[in-house]
Design a protein around this ligand. Sequence first.
Ligand SMILES: Nc1ncnc2c1ncn2[C@@H]1O[C@H](COP(=O)(O)OP(=O)(O)OP(=O)(O)O)[C@@H](O)[C@H]1O
Length: 362
Amino acid sequence: MNQHFIETTEAMDRPGAPPQDVVRLVDLKRRFGATAALDGISLTVRKGEILGIIGRSGAGKSTLIRCLNGLERPDSGQVFIEGREISRLGERDLQPLRRRIGMIFQHFNLLSAKTVEDNVALPLKIEGRSKAERLARAAELLDLVGLSEKAKAYPASLSGGQKQRVGIARALAARPALLLSDEATSALDPETTRSILALLRDINRQLGLTILLITHEMEVIRSIADRVAVIDAGRIVEEGPVWSVFANPQSDITRSLLGAIRPQLPAELAARLLQSAGADTILRVDVAGDAARGPLLSDLAATVPGPFRLVHGGIDHVQQQPVGTLFLSVPGNDAGHLAEVITFLKSRQARVEVLGHVADPV
Ligand SMILES: Nc1ncnc2c1ncn2[C@@H]1O[C@H](COP(=O)(O)OP(=O)(O)OP(=O)(O)O)[C@@H](O)[C@H]1O
């Protein structure tokens, strides 16, 4: 990647000044009749980070985006882009600030009658840059996204993943302070999604580009974001480093969004799960960070006399932090033994949940 791009991406920082938040939202509210689409959102996007915002349909994500790029005025609250409050600016003053935000979309929004390089160069044409400058910049960006050989092609001849690469190149053309990704991988198959997310992560790491990523998929958050904010009914219900939200979700909505990618008890066992005691007790044990690094199960065996079995689970990594779920069965009717097992696991910062009881779990 070339140096020219890096220098100009950083151009808004004053020498010696501390890096500022690229976006700061303060108590943002927006109602539509009886619906509070945004109900007091406060949030910052720090320079150089990838912040993921996740929420179900209707949570308020689109309204948030529209307030960010000045297409929607909040009823109250403030929107700062690179330290400048934009929510009350007129259309004329908004134009240059909007160019500080590059956007990529679910359906790419490319112009079908223009070549790939003309699509990429379009923001520069709007800025009134010379043709030579536009073509040089388009070539640089197509190289960045690995599509140099498609410069003269038309969007219709590209795959979905290639179209999104063009979308990313176009979004970066005017050297934005922020790349705003609005469900950018939702229309792509899993493999293409992975390659687009890897590209975004490379651009973030190598160029220091700040990214705000809006999605309804936890897998997207998991594979790319540094921090996550969970939005529901216009409010942020949970926010933090991705690994810690994954390891210890606080709200029902977060747990539900995590649902599909959280380890689950195998279906065969889940189907035989009873709530009445008597058979073996099945525990769900969630561990993360230091709790997941130590020899938890061998320490349990050495410390608490009596049997237990690992029936399912393992340790995964999120943001290089171990995060895992173990399903244990503790045999028999010995309530005292079960209590000791649970007390030991909790003393090691594991979160323990009794799921129910199963006869012959293994
Ligand atoms: N222009 C509008 N008029 C009336 N209601 C609106 C309008 N825009 C949004 N809403 C309502 O505000 C709430 C938040 O909508 P928003 O589109 O921001 O959610 P979202 O998280 O982007 O959902 P989706 O993922 O389905 O796009 C919803 O209840 C929606 O019906």
